[in-house]
Design a binder for this molecule. Structure first.
Ligand code: FPP
Length: 234
């Protein structure tokens, strides 16, 4: 169980996000094609989702496919889309086995119709569940902000405030982001949750995504509770 130090961080961890990096390197280290790493990465995703729910975290957001990932070789993009298809089948089958509400953030409308159908079905079937899991697909933070502004223009807004933007983001139903974790050793945000991360704690680990397990999730959660959050105050 996580040891919470009451002298440091009194803010509860309500929303965690993950940049799931390192699948390709994990596979290459094993002399395998990159797609093998993504396949293992999908198994890790399930483990991490369950561990976040175990910790009572209200929302967890995962960067599965960015607006820039279309630039990858066709073989890899196809493998990721097939993996997503299988993953959605499994989630749909197991929807009654857990208390997870799935939401897909990003412009999913460009995905194949069969994928969109499964995505909308899963969102609908899980809509009364407790723990939110946002899966970012064809997501980019800059396009999310443009989308939010365009929504507000359609509403007829001439001037906007922070609350207007907040409620127009894909993550509007999740609490404020508390902790952003990036695996795989790189130290950047890669166009992920730029607005939401304004006051989030950042946690970078060299662990490659497929090697994430319950213990490594616990380490990130523990690190969060050791941070002093001041939100601009003293
Ligand atoms: C980044 O690692 C990872 C991705 C672009 C894909 C993430 C996908 C998963 C974790 C699988 C689950 C996803 C679905 C669609 C169900 P990388 O490939 O850039 O790794 P590298 O930095 O080692 O090359």
């Amino acid at each position: 169980m996580i040891k919470i130090d009451a002298n440091t961080n009194s803010t509860k961890l309500r929303h965690i996000a993950f940049i799931m990096d390192g699948n390709g390197r994990w596979a290459e280290k094993r002399g395998m094609p990159r797609e093998y790493g993504h396949k293992y990465g999908a198994k890790t995703l399930k483990t991490v989702i369950e561990r976040c729910a175990f910790h009572g975290i209200e929302a967890a957001t995962f960067y599965a496919f960015s607006t820039e990932n279309w630039k990858r070789p066709k073989k890899e993009v196809d493998a990721l889309m097939n993996l997503l298809d299988d993953y959605l089948d499994r989630l749909l089958k197991d929807v009654d086995q857990n208390d997870i509400r799935y939401k897909f953030i990003g412009d999913v409308s460009v995905l194949k119709d069969t994928l969109c159908d499964k995505i909308y079905m899963l969102e609908d079937k899980s809509k009364e569940k407790k723990h939110i899991v946002n899966i970012a697909l064809n997501y980019g933070s800059k396009s999310e902000l443009v989308m939010a502004c365009n929504k507000l223009i359609v509403e007829g807004k001439k001037q906007v405030c922070e609350e207007d933007i907040e409620r127009s983001l894909y993550t509007s139903e999740s609490p404020s982001l508390d902790l952003l974790v990036r695996t795989g050793g790189e130290l950047r945000l890669s166009n992920f949750l730029l607005w939401q991360a304004a006051y989030a704690e950042l946690y970078f680990t060299d662990v490659l995504w497929p090697d994430m397990d319950e213990k490594t999730v616990d380490l990130a959660v523990e690190a969060f509770y050791k941070r002093k959050r001041r939100f601009g105050s003293v």
